[in-house]
Design a protein around this ligand. Structure first.
Ligand code: RIB
Ligand code: CA
Length: 323
């Protein structure tokens, strides 16, 4: 059965690929795209989401801007990874779609409350919007089908030795999401560091030779160069599509039950996700935590979705550019 999702994102190269995967795979249906400050300030993450929608011909999915800063800390962005525009590697036209006027938090609440048990929330940036939504309307914790988030790690971070970026930017929001009482699946760095774009993957994407695939190849090459210079990695990990893959085909991301706590102190472990699989003290599990990735199946799903995405339709003659 097709899973309806709200994709909460901070594009960002890998966020862009997650949007394209969600759009191009039949197992998933985009109910809404919401944006949050993270890789870049909110204005840019929202513009980038609109750019990707325009590229892929996504016209019927509301895009709503959300929170411009974390709940309790200053915003940390990631230009060293995602460049200055957040989607370098492709020449973007002006978006042919515009964001809705409603705030992302209200879109999340209204959609989840109006479709009990149907909506899966897929956050792939800092969790600020999700925390604000469940604080404003706690009942979404019982109405949402589940939350499948890209974030966290139990084998070392990517921002500090212990913390992963999405959690580190807004640890208070992450703690609220893990404690809200809804089913949470954490797709952390243990999973996403297995989704490395090899030369064979680049060649498969290039062979599609569609406007969408060519844009992805260009973005991935930029993202690869950034990872080479800033992290010393030649095959860049595409983190965010792994969360969408878990929704589309859960077997691609094996998980185990665990208790996840978020470190909120200001010391060296700030933003760390402490993942307790054994729970020997009898504490209750609050999440399923990804422990691996079916790598071949993941890339087949992702590359297959690009082939399924129709080429960018030319804007309707006389179409007015968004204001
Ligand atoms: O740590 C990886 C996460 O941080 C991804 O969501 C990436 O887009 C950045 O937001
Ligand atoms: Ca992201």
């Amino acid at each position: 059965m097709t899973r309806r999702i709200i994709l909460d994102c901070d594009p960002g190269h890998d966020d862009a690929m997650a949007i394209l995967l969600a759009h191009g795979t039949p197992e998933v249906s985009l109910a809404a795209i919401t944006t949050v400050a993270g890789n870049h300030p909110l204005e840019l993450t929202t513009l980038n989401a609109l750019r990707v929608c325009s590229l892929a011909g996504i016209r019927d999915v509301p895009v709503a801007a959300g929170c411009a800063a974390p709940l309790a800390r200053p915003l940390l962005t990631a230009p060293e990874i995602h460049g200055t525009t957040g989607l370098e590697g492709h020449d973007w036209d002006e978006p042919a779609v515009r964001a809705v006027a409603e705030h992302a938090v209200d879109v999340i609440i209204e959609m989840v409350m109006s479709a009990p048990g149907e909506i899966t929330i897929v956050p792939i940036g800092p969790l600020t919007n999700i925390a604000m939504a469940v604080r404003k309307e706690p009942r979404i914790a019982w109405r949402a089908r589940e939350v499948v988030l890209m974030g966290g790690s139990y084998t070392g971070g990517n921002v500090t030795p212990g913390a992963e970026f999405n959690i580190y930017v807004d640890p208070e929001a992450a703690a609220m999401v893990f404690e809200a009482g809804w089913p949470v699946t954490m797709v952390g760095l243990e999973v996403t560091r297995m989704a490395n774009a090899s030369e064979a993957v680049f060649e498969r994407i290039a062979a599609l030779n569609t406007p969408v695939a060519n844009a992805v190849e260009g973005m991935l090459r930029f993202y690869q160069r950034q990872q080479q210079t800033s992290v010393g990695v030649n095959e860049p990990p595409v983190h965010d599509p792994c969360a969408v893959a878990r929704v589309a085909n859960p077997g691609l991301v094996p998980c185990r039950e665990a208790r996840v706590e978020v470190e909120l102190g200001d010391g060296p472990t700030k933003g760390m996700t402490l993942v307790d699989f054994r729970r020997r003290d009898g504490t209750q599990a609050n999440a399923m935590v990804g422990t691996g990735l079916e790598v071949e199946g993941f890339w087949d799903l992702f590359i297959g979705s690009l082939g399924a995405t129709p080429p960018t339709p030319a804007p309707a003659r006389g179409a007015s550019a968004p204001g």
